[in-house]
Structures are given as structure tokens and as C-alpha cells.
Design a protein around this ligand. Structure first.
Ligand code: 9UX
Length: 70
């Protein structure tokens, strides 16, 4: 699947990197493209990835970002 999500709360390239790394570690995820300017994350994965899955992954790392449907 290929999906775009909205990511609120990123304020610098460091945040982008954190989100990028967090999503890349999720099982099945192949590519992650995070944009600070657009506040989005484009994800390609072998299986379906839900908004909740992404939010849980961020929360588990203590990230202060909010995921919503793109
Ligand atoms: Mo930048 Mo984000 O200094 O968690 S990394 S604000």
C-alpha cells in the first residue's frame, strides 16, 4: 500500500529524522518520506499501515507528534 498521513508537531529537521526513523522500524514498511514543510509522511508498505499504528510507534518513543489521515 501507499498512503499519505498528516503529522502535526514537527518543528525542525531533527523531528523529521525522528519520525522518519520511527516509521522505518515498523514491520512491513518499505519507504518513508517525511516533509517538514507539508507536515506529511508518505509511506509505502507491504501490508496496511494504520494511523493508530503510527501514533503508537511515536508515543512509544515519547515523541510529541500527532498523526492524522492525510
Ligand atoms: Mo528539533 Mo524536534 O531541535 O523533536 S528535533 S524540535
Amino acid at each position: 500500500m501507499k498512503k499519505s498521513f498528516k503529522i502535526d508537531g514537527m518543528t525542525c529537521e531533527g523531528c523529521v529524522q525522528k519520525v522518519q526513523d520511527t516509521f522505518s522500524e515498523i514491520e512491513g514498511v518499505q519507504t518513508v518520506k517525511v516533509s517538514l514543510k507539508d507536515a506529511t509522511a508518505d509511506i509505502e508498505a507491504n501490508n496496511d499501515i494504520t494511523m493508530q499504528q503510527l501514533q503508537d510507534a511515536i508515543d512509544a518513543k515519547g515523541g510529541n507528534y500527532e498523526v492524522s489521515e492525510g
